[in-house]
Design a protein. Structure first.
Length: 238
């Protein structure tokens, strides 16, 4: 799904901002994005090495005066660089969520799930397990995905949603905050991820963890953690 959602949002950045830049509800988000641009711009101006390297047009856009409001082109170039570098800027995640909302509404997007996901989640929910989502994508984007899956609307299966507002996924403290929010001891929580760094952080905080190995994953080494290739391989607790 990442191969669909993120390229779609990246390709729609400039058009979406051009069409909606005057929307009142988008104003605070644009302020946050401009502030992030100014912060990055200031770092670039204070880095003499980067100024004299063979930079592309995108980096040159960042090397303008940090006191100026970025143009639409500069802002989009900055956001594209964050996407390409997989930077977890909350305001960018919110913007991507808005673009995906529009895409789902028009039918341009639908969330494909591996065939075992929906029936397994339904089984776990029926068994009384508490299900939650933790993603670097915004809560709104998570709910869009599970609300527009090719298996139907699955949002009712989840009791909690977490994004980077709770903390970054490679920070062990984030998982302690989640456990506190769920009012559940860390050892009673199972965290499934395809990221070894995330699993290490969760394991460090006392959570049970499992590495999910799926086609298209950027990582395939589970380290010292257990590995599955389908959710059906996870045994339900007694």
């Amino acid at each position: 799904m990442a191969d669909t959602l993120f390229p779609y949002a990246r390709d729609r950045l400039e058009t979406f901002l051009l069409e909606h830049s005057q929307d009142p509800e988008l104003k605070p988000l644009l302020c946050d994005l401009s502030e992030a641009w100014n912060s990055a711009n200031g770092e670039a101006m204070n880095n003499p090495v980067r100024k004299h390297e063979g930079v592309d047009q995108r980096q040159q856009d960042l090397q303008q005066s940090p006191t100026k409001q970025p143009s639409l082109h500069q802002l989009c170039s900055f956001l594209e660089s964050l996407i390409d570098e997989d930077r977890k800027l909350t305001a960018l995640k919110d913007l991507q969520g808005l673009i995906w909302t529009e895409g789902y509404a028009t039918g341009a997007l639908c969330a494909p799930l591996f065939v075992d996901v929906a029936p397994t989640l339904v089984q776990w929910h029926a068994a009384g397990l508490q299900l939650a989502v933790y993603s670097s994508g915004s809560v709104a984007a998570q709910q869009l995905l599970y609300g527009h899956s090719d298996a139907g609307d699955l949002r009712q299966l989840f009791s909690a949603w977490f994004d980077t507002r709770i903390g970054h996924k490679q920070d062990p403290a984030s998982y302690l905050r989640i456990a506190e929010s769920l009012e559940t001891p860390p050892a009673k929580i199972l965290f499934v991820s395809d990221s070894l760094a995330e699993l290490d952080a969760a394991h460090h905080s006392g959570l049970a963890v499992i590495f999910s190995s799926r086609p298209g994953n950027p990582e395939h080494d589970p380290g010292s953690h257990a590995k599955i290739t389908t959710l059906k391989q996870i045994e339900l607790p007694c």
